[in-house]
Design a binder for this molecule. Sequence first.
Ligand SMILES: Cc1cc2nc3c(=O)[nH]c(=O)nc-3n(C[C@H](O)[C@H](O)[C@H](O)COP(=O)(O)OP(=O)(O)OC[C@H]3O[C@@H](n4cnc5c(N)ncnc54)[C@H](O)[C@@H]3O)c2cc1C
Length: 255
Amino acid sequence: MKNSHDAIIIGTGQAGPPLAKRLSEAGMSVAIVERHLFGGTCVNTGCIPTKAMVASAYAARVARRAGEYGVSIVGDIAVDMKTVKARKDAISERSRTGVEKMLRGLKHCVVLTGHARFRSGHWAIATAKAPSRIHIDPPLGRAGLTETEAQRRGHSVLVGKRPMSRVGRAIEKGETNGLMKIIVDEKSLEILGAAVLGTGGDEVIHCVLDAMYAKAPYPVLQRAMHIHPTVSELIPTLLGELLPWIGPGSLESMT
Ligand SMILES: Cc1cc2nc3c(=O)[nH]c(=O)nc-3n(C[C@H](O)[C@H](O)[C@H](O)COP(=O)(O)OP(=O)(O)OC[C@H]3O[C@@H](n4cnc5c(N)ncnc54)[C@H](O)[C@@H]3O)c2cc1C
């Protein structure tokens, strides 16, 4: 085995494997080192297992509310935590082995297990991707600034806001908790931030994120044609209902 590489990556979490793949595909010789479980926090104890368990909780909640939807279930709804855990473990394991297999299949990449440490003045790419968001039920998708943060930074703030109880798709699903909110700079027309707390919120936020990433002025998104009936179709509607935000309480009458 070679004992020198173009790049040494420590950790196989969210950051390390895509970097190893990209460098290896660019023809660089790469070594990636993992001291514990392939896939790191996200796959083994973070994003994936928590969302698998939230899905079980969601199934129990929908089953308990079945009568509201005109569906009758005979007998009590019980949660079998052993099965919940087994399902969660199987989902994590599938991802974990997938990460390891992908790394071991890379042409110019050596996979090492054990604790990596520096001995001389060489540099290495130490991966870290500070935790960013936690999914809850109903989901929360958030991007950029809140109206208060935007105002503190000197923006002249416009806000569009709507409770989920006024979103057709949420009403059909019987999941009307939460709200949608979008924050815009009045002068530049730039979208500064958004929050969607409610059914589909973790997916809906991406149409706002994409527009923010492209630095598109908000009318571009306002004029976009979205599929009906969805939660996302309300984003253009919100952008057509923007109101000046003066401070806390200025939009209370809308909710
Ligand atoms: C409960 C929970 C829920 C979460 N939910 C979400 C979510 O829904 N969405 C989201 O975006 N984020 C979520 N996160 C955050 C997300 O898991 C982390 O942001 C992400 O895993 C960080 O990736 P990383 O590659 O930087 O580090 P890690 O995933 O921590 O990977 C680092 C890897 O490096 C290895 N390592 C460290 N030091 C060495 C060494 N010296 N030698 C060899 N190997 C080493 C470790 O063993 C580990 O495998 C959640 C986190 C938690 C705890």
